[in-house]
Design a protein around this ligand. Structure first.
Ligand code: NAP
Length: 311
């Protein structure tokens, strides 16, 4: 790792980060990608990706993101498996802290994405890894021959439910409303699957059983009638969306009420030389292809900025 001022530092190694790395590497800017806590981002936790153009039969998410990484590395992008602890954007070069280490950056591309949202139940965090999970691809196998529940009504929940039918004998999809945010094609696939059962107008109030160190059931409630009941299940998978990873920029960059970075012209933050791309600034589209698109834009803008301000 060279100890000098970097032209471009990219935070995050999902679709947008790798694309920004590819473009800035091909512009000979030797970008440094700080991979973050979830290397590969959300694609590394998904299964078959059928809507990324160029793959008529679809491609596995982890393979797609690994290919992106290899492609950027081939042109000189450097990768560092670390996560940043703070950043000082008050003067250029920006100071990016990784624990005690400081990286100086002439331009910064924030591609730190978004992480799974949790329900915030009393016993939820204690049972992560013991039947509570936000990643069916990672943990589904452990529930072979068991019954599981999936919470959510969007595409993620449908995808998780469908994936889990490979292992579980029964998958119950629990959704707080009776209409779905999921795309028609995904919803219909889930509805056609005999292993998937739907519980609508239902919220989870708690998860059992911390003492047994495993999930044995859920406390459910119908928000319309107030009816409460216990529902036996071996696991609870969450597919209720994501929260942007922007905490460390809280006082330095403009954000909306949910913490998504506010950008103008897609990728400009309010600090000159700091660009944002992918899910960290996109609460509307949140697709792999749009993340790649804004990653490309951020890279082109960083390149232009360096030309104008001297590398
Ligand atoms: P999403 O579309 O925002 O859906 C989140 C779901 O979780 C909603 O149904 C929401 O309920 C529910 N939810 C949120 N907070 C909740 C809470 N506290 N308690 C109970 N339920 C809660 O998120 P997503 O499914 O992760 O999808 C995000 C984006 O990625 C979308 O654009 C989606 O199309 C895309 N995606 C695409 C694919 C694919 O094409 N294969 C796969 C995965 C994701 P309400 O509906 O009541 O708000």
């Amino acid at each position: 790792m060279e100890n000098h001022v970097r032209n471009v530092v990219i935070i995050g190694s999902g679709c947008s980060g790798h694309t920004a790395a590819l473009y800035t590497a091909r512009a000979n800017l030797r970008p440094l990608v700080i991979e973050g806590r979830e290397p590969g981002g959300q694609l590394s936790l998904t299964t078959l990706v059928e809507n990324f153009p160029g793959f008529p039969e679809g491609i596995q998410g982890p393979e797609l993101v690994e290919n992106m990484r290899k492609q950027a590395a081939r042109f000189g992008a450097e990768y560092k498996l670390a996560h940043i602890t703070s950043a000082d954007l008050s003067a250029r070069p920006f100071r990016i802290h990784i624990g005690h280490e400081v990286v100086h950056a002439r331009t910064l591309i924030i591609a730190s994405g978004a992480s799974a949202r949790w329900l915030g139940l009393e016993h939820e965090q204690q049972l992560i890894g013991h039947g509570v999970s936000s990643c069916a691809t990672c943990d589904g196998f452990f529930f072979t021959g068991k019954e599981v529940a999936v919470v959510g009504g969007g595409d993620s929940a449908m995808e998780e439910a469908l994936f889990l039918t490979r292992f579980a004998t029964k998958v119950t999809l629990i959704h707080r409303r009776d209409t779905f945010r999921a795309s028609k094609i995904m919803l219909e696939r889930a509805q056609r699957n005999e292993k998937i059962h739907f519980l609508t107008n239902t919220v989870v109030d708690d998860v059992y059983d911390v003492a047994a160190r495993e999930v044995t059931g859920l406390k459910l409630r119908n928000p319309k009638t107030g009816e409460v009941w216990d529902f036996p299940t071996n696991a609870m998978f969450l597919g209720i969306g994501h929260v942007p990873n922007t905490q460390i920029f809280r006082k330095q960059l403009a954000m909306d009420k949910d913490g998504y970075l506010k950008t103008t012209q897609y990728v400009f933050t309010r600090v000159a030389g700091v660009f944002a791309c992918g899910d960290v600034q996109d609460r509307r589209y949140r697709q792999a292809i749009t993340a790649a698109g804004t990653g490309c834009m951020a890279a082109l803008e960083a390149e232009k900025f360096l030309e104008e301000h001297g590398t």
